[in-house]
Design a protein around this ligand. Sequence first.
Ligand code: MG
Length: 159
Amino acid sequence: MRIGIGHDTHRLGPQGPLRLGGVDVPHDAHAIGHSDADVLLHAITDALLGALALGDIGSWFPDTAPENAGRDSADFLKAALSAVTERGWRLENLDCIVFAQRPKLAPHREALRSSLARLLEVDLDRVSFKAKTGEKVDAVGREEAIQAQAVVLLERVAT
Ligand code: MG
């Protein structure tokens, strides 16, 4: 077994939608970034890479590279997943948290889980999604930023 952890933060700017887990969540703010700024997919990508000590999303996909500008973060996740499967590992489960003061994410939980399960090519019951507010303090609570955390467990595929 291998475990990996990922964390990410993005600043928020005016006008939506809010790209999260490969889903465009209706909102009056969006995450600012070089790519599509999907904070959740970035955290999961880092968790997958971290589980096998393969570096991080910044070394794989520099935010100075023009080809990554506005890029769909699903590309980053797919690359990390391929790196995992090519080395003989499979995803056992994912648990993740998004920290956002607004919008309420509970109504989007199943859509987000479905999107993540599809992108990660696993059954839905291996994907957990949780949402927390920032309790109106710090950058998340003041709606200046959005954050995500992810943990993955990988299992060696029997050969
Ligand atoms: Mg990021």
